[in-house]
Design a protein around this ligand. Structure first.
Ligand code: SF4
Length: 695
């Protein structure tokens, strides 16, 4: 096939950040191939990045603005002028007369570009006058971001995917890379075939466990005990890097005292991980010359997820395994721009580069640049926004690229919040569960139709290039947000996303040398010095904390927020499937739906036999918060007492089961431990309301 145009861009699905060649004919993307020089993918892609692009051409794309004239009425097509006029009149009414700026909140998207996120947070702060801005990393990796800053100084991976190839050993905890981050997963598989000693830690036996030298299956919610147990063995068996510990860290004495309570026998009682397996895993990691630790949402989406990330840092620091090739801490970010959306200040407490809104010098710098004055108190996090809406204190939201009614926990509470708002704007590419509550819907652009940059899981900022035009009257998110801000009275001096990046560089020390021109084909890993030198490895000589030393944290194991009981005897863990992405908005509109048309509940044969459930039976899953129905799949990949499903199918509505328990430091929901009762469907249906009704 002859293509009219081929552009090199960056995948819009997961945080690996594969570089792609997008080929277009007649202004439509018809095929995608891997960029051979992509630094994170080296010529590979997975079936999402390579084949799941057809969603961009679907007939049900939003093509024109929509307005709802009255709550409960239908959305109707409108002009851009009418839609923006309605947004301005409602937001200025609330800002100036009926609640003030803090009665309005914005949500940025970890799928959007850095530049889009920057413009939205500037809109909220400078055009509206509130720090009520957050992004969906709140519900996935905010514990990682917080903990890395506390322990090491900067909110990002300490190394790069290349460290997998340089490591002699690796631990993967709470992540399933071959499904969630397939190109990284394939790279890990290849490394094991070359001799990498891999340890997997997950309640469920993941595909990479088949390539591992050890697999630990802890009870959901007991990761802290496992990390403390590994540290205990390292200390007990003289495997500490004493020179590194003395020269580069602080806080060891308190940690040493604590570790006495976590012998392998103690940890076995808490986590069900056999003591011998724990000891073996500790030796594999500590005795390797270089070793890395990778983690995902199975670590973070817990009540004490942020504390477990700090314990992961402890282990690496005790072994002196931070700051060298092959010895990295690599959080696997779920969505393509989880890293960048937070880097860009789409957070209630920080501007770009995690500069605090409470820091007087920082705030003055932003005020001078934007020509406004701002508060020094932080704004609301996402869960606080929904609580405030239900309480009547938050009256309007601007939600950009997030289907919160589908993806956030405690779905009934989220819907109550959306219904309670006086005014809701949703900017997205399809109608979805959240647009059902919107007063104005703005048709936006997919990653194939815009330019800017994404930042992948190794802090690599990479260019995104438009291969096609947005459909119909849809516009790029950059154009929409700049237009709305100007209509609200705050004109931003940007002609293109490249201008946005220049402003980010001017205001953000860690991005001082970043420009679209410099990003080129390979991108740059922040921090980037003014001369353009980037940082594939952090903390070679010092940690980015006031003393230059890393902070060890003496944090004991605490039980999860949800535990099995007589009424709810099984523990549900949720995760991802290879074929789909997040709420499935994009992948379910492609051929990937033929590969995986529906979801199922994984259940161990022992539990299935006890419950009289056969493979393929429709089962009912009930938690204290709601009830869903889906088919059962009987498998030994899951441990007895646990069940597993994904969250890609809106009709199943897995998040109805999730309550409001959240990480103690960041409010990230406890998606990964939910006590449930599973029965053949007829038994629950006679006792509780129909599917999708929460109790
Ligand atoms: Fe895209 Fe992730 Fe697949 Fe790479 S591994 S092609 S970034 S979804």
């Amino acid at each position: 096939m002859r293509f009219d145009q081929t552009v090199t861009t960056t995948c819009g699905y997961c945080g690996v950040g594969c570089r792609l060649e997008a080929h277009a004919v007649d202004g439509r993307v018809v095929s995608i191939s891997p960029a051979l020089d992509g630094p994170a993918n080296h010529g590979h892609t997975c079936l999402k990045g390579r084949f799941a692009h057809g969603f961009s051409r679907k007939r049900d794309r939003l093509r024109t603005p929509l307005i709802r004239d009255a709550r409960g009425g239908e959305l109707r097509p409108a002009t851009w002028e009418e839609a923006i006029e309605r947004i301005v009149s409602e937001l200025t009414r609330i800002r100036d007369r009926d609640g003030g700026p803090d009665a309005i909140a914005g949500l940025a998207s970890s799928r959007a570009t850095n530049e889009d996120c920057y413009v939205l947070q500037r809109l909220m702060r400078a055009a509206i006058g509130t720090h009520n801005i957050d992004n969906c990393s709140r519900v996935c990796h905010s514990p990682t971001s917080w903990a890395l800053r506390q322990s090491l100084g900067l909110s990002g991976a300490t190394g790069s995917f290349d460290d997998i190839d340089a490591a002699g050993a690796a631990i993967i905890i709470g992540a399933n890379p071959t499904e969630g981050h397939p190109v990284a997963g394939a790279r890990i598989k290849q490394a094991t075939l070359r001799g990498l000693k891999l340890v997997t830690i997950d309640p469920r036996r993941i595909e990479l466990s088949d390539y591992a030298v050890a697999h630990l299956s802890p009870r959901p919610g007991s990761n802290a005990a496992v990390m403390l147990g590994l540290a205990h063995v390292v200390a007990r068996d003289g495997l500490i890097d004493r020179e590194y510990l003395d020269a580069r860290t602080e806080g060891w004495d308190a940690v040493e005292d604590l570790l006495g309570d976590y012998t392998p026998g103690d940890v076995q009682r808490i986590s069900a991980v056999p003591a011998a397996d724990l000891e073996r895993a500790a030796h594999i990691y500590a005795e390797a010359g270089e070793a890395s630790i990778l983690w995902g949402l199975g670590v973070t989406e817990h009540k004490y997820g942020s504390e477990v990330v700090r314990l992961i840092c402890n282990l690496a620091l005790m072994c002196g395994k931070v700051g060298r090739p092959g010895s990295a801490l690599l959080p696997l970010r779920g969505q393509n721009n989880v890293q960048g959306s937070s880097d860009m200040g789409a957070l209630p407490d920080t501007f770009t580069g995690y500069q605090s809104v409470a820091d007087e010098d920082v705030a003055r710098r932003f005020e001078a640049r934007w020509g406004v004055s701002m508060k020094r108190e932080r704004g609301m996090k996402i869960p606080e926004m929904f609580d405030a809406a239900v309480a009547g204190d938050l009256k309007a939201m601007y939600i950009f690229g997030e289907d919160v009614a589908q993806t956030d926990p405690n779905t009934t509470h989220v819907i109550a919040a959306l219904e309670a708002l006086e005014f809701l704007v949703v900017q997205d590419i399809f109608e979805n569960e959240t647009t059902r509550y919107a007063d104005v819907v703005l048709p936006a652009s997919s990653f194939l139709e815009k330019s800017g940059s994404f930042t992948n899981a190794e802090r690599r900022i990479q260019l995104v290039a438009a291969a096609a035009d947005p459909p119909g009257e849809a516009r790029t998110d950059f154009d929409i947000l700049v237009a709305v801000s100007a209509a609200l009275g705050h004109a931003m001096p940007f002609a293109s996303p490249a201008d946005v990046m220049d402003e980010v560089a001017a205001l953000t020390p860690d991005w001082a040398g970043v420009s679209h021109e410099r990003l080129g084909r390979a991108g740059l890993q922040w921090p980037v010095a003014a001369d353009g030198t980037d940082s594939p490895i952090l903390y070679r000589d010092r940690f980015e904390l006031p003393t230059g030393r890393a902070r060890l944290a003496a944090l004991p194991y605490k039980p999860p927020g949800s535990e099995a009981s007589d009424e709810f005897p099984l523990v549900l863990v949720t995760g991802r499937r290879l074929e789909h992405y997040n709420a499935g908005t994009m992948t379910r509109r492609t051929g990937n739906l033929d590969l995986l048309p529906s979801d199922w509940l994984e259940i161990h044969p022992d539990d299935a036999a006890r419950l009289w459930v056969a493979d393929g039976d429709l089962v009912s899953v009930r938690s204290p918060h709601g009830r869903i129905e889906l088919p059962a799949r009987v498998t030994e990949r899951i441990e007895p007492g646990h069940v597993f499903t994904a969250f890609h199918f809106p009709e199943i509505r897995t998040n109805l089961l999730i309550g409001s328990s959240a990480d103690v430091n960041t409010s990230c929901p406890e998606y990964k431990v939910v006590a449930v009762d599973v029965r053949p469907v007829a038994e629950h249906a006679s006792r509780t309301p129909a599917i999708a009704s929460a109790t």
